[in-house]
Ligand binder design. Structure first.
Ligand code: PNS
Length: 159
């Protein structure tokens, strides 16, 4: 069984994330969406909330599950026996940092490769931070986050 891990902050999950998760679910037998807890960041949603939001938007993807983790991604990937880390690549600006992480993860765990899926054109500019900024100023986020969670995101972030 080929397992992939889709790691991220997912604060909150966006349509861009969901597109990458959905495409990964077609390429691998089992996909673990991993909410990575970064103690240095103050998220808008707790790890538990972020997991629940992802569970709701992926409930029609039977080979996708959601976990959380605070530690080295390479160690988690090894522990679950995954062969790939799947990430979305939006633009050249993403590349340098993602390339650095991919090389570091390969060094730490040579048994797994990082696979970059090019983001869908309509999600090129999309990020959780952009969604949060729009929601905080009362803007319409319906195009940016999956329909099932629009109200949850608004309730948390709208003034
Ligand atoms: O959604 P994000 O915030 O861009 O995701 C970044 C994430 C969580 C994938 C990255 O920060 C990560 O892998 N963190 C886990 C800690 C780790 O392994 N750091 C070394 C990476 S080389």
């Amino acid at each position: 069984m080929k397992i992939a891990v889709c790691p991220g902050s997912f604060d909150p999950v966006t349509k861009g994330h969901l597109d990458i998760i959905t495409r990964a679910s077609r390429l691998f037998d089992r996909v673990i969406v991993l909410v990575v807890i970064n103690a240095a960041k103050t998220p808008s949603f707790t790890a538990e909330e972020r997991m629940q939001l992802i569970c709701r938007v992926t409930e029609d993807l039977p080979n996708v599950e959601v976990q959380s983790y605070s530690g080295l991604l390479a160690d988690y990937v090894r522990d679950v026996g995954a062969v790939a880390i799947v990430k979305g690549l939006r633009a050249v600006s993403d590349f340098e940092y993602e390339f650095q992480m991919a090389l570091a993860n390969k060094k730490l765990n040579p048994g797994a490769d990082t696979l970059f899926l090019t983001t869908a054109a309509e999600n090129m500019y999309l990020s959780s931070s952009i969604v949060k900024q729009i929601a905080q100023f009362g803007g319409d986020i319906a195009d940016f986050v999956p329909a099932q969670i629009v109200e949850d995101v608004k309730r948390r972030l709208c003034p």
